[in-house]
Design a protein around this ligand. Structure first.
Ligand code: FAD
Ligand code: NAP
Ligand code: SF4
Length: 676
């Protein structure tokens, strides 16, 4: 028995097969699947995770036919020829003592193409294509396509399949009255609506035999109007069990739901209660999911009896060796997923290959190789923000002698402000990871030390890397020296007392974060889940269909906030693709007034004077917080270049403040660390 994680490292015996621990790497589409040499890349990506000790892996979704494509020409498995090409993936995982399932995903009306089909011809709010209504023949054909896909998965060497029955895709569309308006034997009553998934499971089982894992991903909380109730979810789970599934996995929220389910502000393990409710009514193992990102949380979920297995997806982008590190009691060395979506889902949604903000090696397993330096050198890295931390630890891991300087008393740079924002507490984890990484790879850390060009030019370092980051931009209009004015940096580091009416200049990522900081009270850890359910109208007992309370009262705030930008158009339009809507609706719930197309005129004792829609207006506020972007700290670099210092590199915000974020900073730092 494992001394720290006895439940997590308990094998799971399914009779014909045994999973070595209780961790499942959940399905994620990465975009590698569709690349020209995608099979080799997917194989390397999963091989790394299998070597990292995960018990069971689920691939990204593969369509069982063309109509089921997520987008034109996306991944599908419909022939033995395609199946043979998967061998490289399954062999790579099996060679590392791993097990892998292929996920069968029919996108239904979420298919972003004109061939999309659904139980009824109802367009989804997130796709421009109205789906074709499946005929009875079409339904039977689709069921057989699922079964054929499972047959090809077996031929390809997979250990089983996961049938995607949640998230609002085709199967889920049959189950929910919201999207199934049919009057034939496939619609109407609950029994008719669940015929489709049950027929798929039965057809798959008949085709693949008994010794092949079939996992069904069941939508336990739809979070849309017209979704399933708790009793229906339980009834479906029981029928799924009878139809031949070996395990049930948890699905939370349709893609069109306007409730966050995986972003960083969702409390950890926020939805396990639902899995627990279902578990009490079935015999087969059940898997829980969503915002489980540390071995401690995973262990406590299993110990509470809520589930038999935990699914984590993004945590395996952030750290492929998550499981082995936990097994070796090195959980402090795990590079934790912070739930930002910036390099994973945000990439996939715009057709870019996924990676990870905290681990830029993810999905680059065949390209970014951490190799020993040919000639170890002495390296000074100036600035211990995300860019400097990534560069220093990468260079040291390759054998360089690295000294990392920061003028502050702690590492982290701007991350020390980010971690203070309500709902962004996960950013602490990245700093914890880097603190341990620094020790592991032997970086010499010198805090409270301002690096100067004189010191650096005299010290004889063979390489100097300038990662001095950014400082807040100062807009130029009358009244910027008024005592009402405060820059975001001073607000978040000094936390002065502020009044009850505040204007925020700048509605970028930081402007929104500052709004949350000013609006939200600190919620004690043990009340975070209830607070979250109330804030987003979630009925966790799922008595209301879909578990969504549509008339939930708006949360109260002690402050009135104005959030402003000069650009016309939607406020915060450039926030993350998959997270921007959460930030916008969150601050809106608290009654924030958001104004775009603003011209700033002056700040005086009365407040902030602006022109908005050709009208002069004074926002009578107590304070004005400036979040107007950043400028690079590159003076040190310029001085070193002037002194003709040999090898000087400029990275992160110091190099380019425009479009800078932590993803770019860490990627850039790692790249230079690999090149030195
Ligand atoms: P910095 O983080 O600015 O670090 C530079 C470091 O250099 C500092 O520690 C500084 O003390 C040190 N330094 C400067 N000069 C010297 C010197 N002469 N000698 C020694 N040390 C020196 N980004 C995201 O991608 N996602 C987010 O959700 C996100 N949220 C944010 C929320 C807030 C509130 C803030 C303020 C920022 C957020 N960011 C976010 C932005 C992100 O933190 C920055 O893009 C990132 O920190 C930039 O990294 P950097 O290493 O280039 O610079
Ligand atoms: P930003 O997103 O570029 O926003 C800067 C804001 O300042 C904009 O609203 C801009 O809009 C305004 N502005 C620019 N120049 C101005 C001027 N001279 N006077 C007045 N207003 C001005 O930058 P940021 O908010 O500082 O964030 C920095 C980086 O961190 C960004 O890359 C951001 O994505 C990242 N970040 C991300 C998150 C997240 O949740 N994903 C959170 C925080 C930060 P107008 O020019 O229209 O006024
Ligand atoms: Fe997690 Fe962010 Fe990495 Fe995605 S990009 S895996 S959310 S840390």
């Amino acid at each position: 028995m494992h001394p720290t994680y006895p439940n997590l490292f308990q094998p799971l015996d399914l009779g014909f097969t045994r999973i070595k621990n209780r961790v499942l790497m959940g399905s994620m589409h990465t975009g590698l699947e569709e690349l020209e040499d995608g099979y080799a890349k997917v194989a390397a990506y999963f091989a790394e995770r299998a070597a990292g000790g995960v018990g069971l892996i689920v691939t990204g979704g593969y369509a069982p036919n063309r109509a089921g494509w997520v987008s034109p020409f996306s991944a599908k498995l419909t022939s033995s020829r395609e199946a043979r090409r998967h061998r490289v993936i399954t062999d790579a995982v099996h060679e590392r003592d791993g097990k892998i399932l292929l996920q069968i995903l029919h996108a239904g009306r979420y298919g972003y193409h004109p061939l999309a089909v659904a139980p009824s011809r109802i367009k989804s709010p997130i796709s421009p294509f109205a789906p074709w209504k499946l005929t009875k023949f079409g339904i039977r054909k689709t069921i057989m396509d699922f079964a054929s896909c499972a047959k090809y998965a077996k031929l390809a060497g997979y250990d089983g399949v996961e049938v995607m029955g949640s998230e609002g895709y085709l199967i889920n569309e049959f189950i929910a009255p919201r999207t199934n308006k049919r009057r034939d034997g496939w619609g109407g009553s609950f029994e008719n609506r669940i015929r489709f998934p049950l027929a798929i499971l039965q057809a798959i089982r008949e085709t693949v035999g008994e010794d092949f894992m079939v996992v069904y991903r069941l939508s336990m909380l739809d979070l849309v109007e017209g979704g399933s109730t708790r009793d229906e979810v339980i009834e479906l789970a029981q029928q799924v069990e009878r139809s031949g599934a070996n395990m049930i996995n948890t699905g939370i929220g349709w893609h069109e739901a306007r409730v966050p389910t995986i972003v960083t502000s969702v409390p950890r393990a926020a939805f396990v209660e639902i899995t627990k409710q279902v578990k009490a009514h079935i015999q087969i193992p059940i898997i829980t999911a969503n915002r489980i990102n540390t071995p401690e949380v995973a262990e406590s979920v299993l110990a509470s009896g809520a589930a038999d297995m935990v699914s984590m997806a993004r945590p395996f982008l952030a750290d492929p060796h998550f499981v082995n590190k936990a097994r070796l009691n090195q959980s402090e060395m795990i590079n934790t997923c912070i739930g930002c979506n910036q390099a994973c889902l945000d990439h996939v949604f715009v057709g870019r290959t996924a990676s990870c903000l905290v681990n830029p090696y993810a999905c680059r397993e065949t390209e970014w190789l951490l190799e020993e330096a040919k000639k170890p050198a002495s390296v000074a890295v100036i600035g211990a923000g995300p860019a400097g931390l990534a560069c220093a630890t990468t260079a040291a891991a390759r054998g360089h002698q690295v000294v990392l300087f920061d003028r502050e008393g702690e590492i982290g740079g701007q991350f020390n402000m980010a971690k203070k924002i309500p709902g962004k507490e996960e950013f602490y984890e990245t700093l914890r990871y880097f603190r341990h990484k620094i020790d592991e790879v032997g970086v010499e850390l010198r805090l409270n030390e301002v690096a100067t060009s004189d010191m650096l030019s005299e010290s004889g370092f063979e390489h100097v890397v300038i990662a001095t980051g950014v400082h807040p931009r100062r807009p130029h209009f009358r009244g910027m020296d008024h005592p009402k004015v405060i820059f975001y940096k001073d607000l978040l580091t000094k936390e002065p007392e502020l009044g009850s009416k505040i204007a925020i200049i700048g509605a970028g990522g930081i402007g929104f974060d500052v709004a949350e900081f000013l609006l939200q009270e600190t919620v004690p850890e043990d009340q975070r889940k209830d607070h979250f359910y109330r804030e987003w109208g979630i009925d966790i007992s799922v008595k209301v269909p879909g578990g969504l309370i549509t008339d939930a009262p708006a949360p109260a705030s002690k402050r009135k906030i104005f959030l402003l930008q000069r650009r016309e158009g939607k406020i915060g339009a450039r926030l993350g693709k998959t997270t921007g809507w959460v930030h916008r609706s969150s601050v809106k719930k608290y009654g924030t007034e958001m104004l775009s197309g603003v011209e700033y005129r002056a700040i005086d004792d009365r407040g902030l004077h602006i022109i908005h829609r050709q009208q002069e207006r004074c926002l009578e506020v107590d304070h004005v917080v400036v979040c107007a972007g950043q400028e690079s700290n590159r003076q040190l670099y310029d001085e070193l270049v002037k002194k003709r210092c040999a090898s000087v590199h400029l990275i992160g915000g110091a190099k380019k403040a425009a479009e800078l974020d932590a993803k770019l900073a860490i990627e850039n730092g790692t790249e230079i660390g690999l090149r030195l």
